[in-house]
Each structure stands twice: as structure tokens, then as C-alpha cells.
Design a protein around this ligand. Structure first.
Ligand code: TZP
Ligand code: MG
Length: 193
């Protein structure tokens, strides 16, 4: 586990989603176990991307599914009380996530991103707001979010903002994460519903 994780934790990031598209299952498991020690002692949640088996094996706090991963209701049964979240890209997917028992939804891409070719055009702040009005589950906004636009995302009703390049690409990860956490602390609870 590298200093990036420690910087994120010091910057008061409170959920880490571990993504490892290129690792073997064993490598992913080993990494997840290492990360788990840090997140546990920091009181930070650990969500494993895509893989229910790895999430269970490392006793993560939850799993994050895509639309092409295991069906949500099956993952829910396997994960028991642990968190099950799913990426959604439109209202239909968001409503289906609710009916199938998700604990939270990811929604995006909100803005243009080069980190992942999602196949979706940017959904925008207004669509995020529509999803907010339609769905009571916690919403994690994702896609092109940086410290400069994260306030907009929270004001539109997201409960949480997921940032990859906005944090990992920052010159000073800890300080950037801390600034984002401070924006969150200032805005949480002032959002429109
Ligand atoms: N899902 C939708 S957009 C995205 C994922 C995984 C990438 C987000 O990366 P960034 O760098 O925060 O735009
Ligand atoms: Mg996925």
C-alpha cells in the first residue's frame, strides 16, 4: 500500500473504492487486505469495485457493481448487511437500483472525464438534480469532479462525490482532499432536496 492511500486518509476522505481492473484475483485480494488495515484503523469505509468475492474475502464494508456485474439482488444476498452500490446513468437504472435493494447509487458521468470511457455523454448537473428528486437513496456523483466543481455537485443533491483524477492527479493529494472535505463539511446539510 502506497503513500497515496495514506494521503487520502490524512485528507479526510471517508470512503475508498478500490478499483483494480488489471490485477489477478490473488493480487486484488492481497491489495484489498492491505488497504483494509489502513481504512479500518482510520475509520474510513472500504468498497471493493466489481467483485463480490473479493469484497467478502477481505471483509470490506461493501461492493460496488456496474450494470454488467452480478445482478444487484444476487449480490445483495451474498453480501448480507454489507453495502451494495451500483453505477447508474439514467433515471430508469436509478429506479431499478432502488427496487433491487441497493444501499446507494453511483450516478454519472456528471462531467466529461478521460479516466474511463463510459459510453455515456456527460449527464450534467440538472440531470443529477432530477435523479435527486426521484430517488431517496444516497447518491454518489462521479465523472469529471474536481475541487472546483464539487460544490455544484453537492448543491444539486449528491450525498457524496467520487473523484479519481481530481485527487490522484493532484500535485498535493492530501491538501487537495482536505480542501474537498472542507467544502463538503461546509455544504452538507445545505443542499436542495
Ligand atoms: N464511472 C463513471 S465516470 C468514471 C467512472 C469510473 C471515471 C471517473 O474518473 P474522474 O477522473 O474522477 O473523472
Ligand atoms: Mg464496475
Amino acid at each position: 500500500v502506497n503513500s497515496t492511500l495514506q494521503d487520502l486518509i490524512k485528507g479526510q476522505v471517508n470512503v475508498i473504492q478500490l478499483r483494480a481492473k488489471e490485477l489477478t484475483t490473488r493480487e486484488f485480494f492481497d491489495l484489498a487486505n492491505d488497504v483494509r488495515e489502513y481504512t479500518c484503523s482510520a475509520g474510513c469505509l472500504l468498497i471493493i469495485n466489481d467483485r463480490v468475492d473479493v469484497a467478502l474475502a477481505c471483509r470490506a464494508d461493501g461492493v460496488h457493481l456496474g450494470q454488467e456485474d452480478l445482478p444487484l439482488d444476487i449480490a445483495r444476498k451474498l453480501m448480507g448487511d454489507a453495502l451494495v452500490g451500483i453505477s447508474t446513468h439514467d433515471l430508469g437504472q436509478a429506479q431499478e437500483a432502488v427496487s433491487r435493494g441497493a444501499d446507494y447509487i453511483g450516478f454519472g458521468p456528471i462531467f466529461a472525464t478521460v479516466t474511463k470511457s463510459t459510453g455515456y455523454t456527460p449527464r450534467g448537473i440538472e440531470t443529477l438534480h432530477e435523479i435527486r428528486r426521484a430517488v431517496r437513496l444516497p447518491i454518489v456523483a462521479i465523472g469529471g469532479i474536481t475541487e472546483h466543481n464539487v460544490a455544484e455537485v453537492w448543491q444539486a443533491g449528491a450525498d457524496s462525490a467520487a473523484m479519481i483524477s481530481g485527487l490522484l492527479g493532484a500535485e498535493d493529494i492530501e491538501t487537495t482532499a482536505k480542501r474537498v472535505s472542507d467544502v463538503y463539511a461546509r455544504l452538507a446539510g445545505t443542499r436542495v432536496q
